[in-house]
Design a protein around this ligand. Structure first.
Ligand code: AMP
Length: 303
């Protein structure tokens, strides 16, 4: 079986039809390869990831493939979005399997930069996020979205994609990045892809690998609670506090620790006490042991 190709220069015009992705380890290599694609008139799609790829990630690569000519996948475990007590050191890293997944889902270019490439020396600049990071994961993981915005901004500047695909699994992240691209006039079309789930409803996540057999059995409880609340909202419940309180108790009873569970405006990311006819984000974050799981659903009340 052929291994991944490495960036060498001068043969990029054929790359879109070659199944084995070109692996670029440096910004210079990546720019040379992507520029050649662009010069050949190809639209560039981009899927940023932290690796440990599963079918959620490969669904994004497939969507990017359908919508553009050449797909770049980045694999970079970004240190600046992990808190001091979070799992940066233990986050799963499996480059060989990831390259295979990129190949099978049709990525043409894989960017695997080192930390030194992305963060050379002291950083003097940062972006602050107003309002959109006040709640949900922004509240429970201080600095997380600043790290995400920092790295995706850098990656957009490096790859300069025409289109980028992100998962609804991280809905708040999508909203923040979509707004970043809009406010900073970055010429990239932002696409949100549906959540890919296991048969029992659990949203696929690289962190699911941490779950014990027993925790994995319990884990779809979050999805079930969200479905339960969603159904009641669609049935006309307009003040969801009691419903949510009840589901939190249910989840605690099953062994979950609740980080948050609630109903938010899908636009502003602010909590909603009363349902109107605007689109809602129903979202939860829980812990099973040390493993943090998130999930969400978008709900459009019938009014
Ligand atoms: P990550 O590697 O966790 O940073 O995720 C990279 C991208 O994959 C993000 O845009 C995520 O929202 C997306 N993603 C992760 N899990 C899923 C899933 N189960 N379904 C759809 N997209 C996902």
């Amino acid at each position: 079986m052929a291994g991944p190709a490495h960036a060498d220069h001068g043969e990029s015009s054929e790359r879109s039809s070659v199944a084995t992705p070109v692996v670029c380890r440096s910004i210079g290599e990546l720019r040379t390869v992507v520029n050649a694609e662009r010069m050949a008139g190809r639209r560039i799609g981009f899927v940023p990831t932290m690796g440990a790829l599963h079918e959620g990630h490969t669904s994004l690569i497939r969507i990017a493939n359908e919508m553009t000519d050449t797909v770049v996948v980045s694999i970079f475990v970004n240190p600046t979005q992990f808190g001091p007590t979070e799992d940066f050191d233990t986050y799963p890293r499996q480059l060989d399997t990831d390259l295979e997944a990129c190949r099978n889902s049709g990525a043409q270019i894989v960017f695997t930069p080192t930390k030194e490439q992305i963060y050379p020396g002291t950083s003097f600049f940062s972006m602050t996020i107003q309002h959109l990071a006040d709640h949900l994961c922004g509240a429970s993981r201080p600095g997380f979205f600043n790290g995400v915005v920092q790295v995706v901004n850098k990656l957009f500047n490096i790859v300069q994609p025409d289109l980028a695909v992100f998962g609804q699994k991280d809905y708040q992240q999508f909203r923040i990045l979509e707004r970043m691209a809009e406010e900073f006039h970055q010429p990239v079309q932002m696409v949100m892809a549906p959540i890919v789930r296991a048969n029992d409803g659990l949203a696929l996540s690289s962190r699911n690998a941490y779950l014990s057999r027993e925790q994995r059995r319990i884990a779809p409880g979050l999805y079930r609670s969200l479905r339960f609340i969603q159904q009641h909202l669609l049935d006309g419940v307009s003040v969801p506090a009691r419903l949510i309180g009840h589901q939190k108790e249910e989840l605690r009873g099953k062994g979950f620790e609740i980080d948050y569970l609630g109903v938010y405006s899908a636009q502003t990311m602010q909590p909603l006490e009363r349902i109107s006819d605007e689109e809602l984000l129903l979202a939860g974050a829980v812990k099973l042991g040390d493993t943090r799981l998130i999930d969400n659903m978008l709900v459009k009340p019938s009014g």
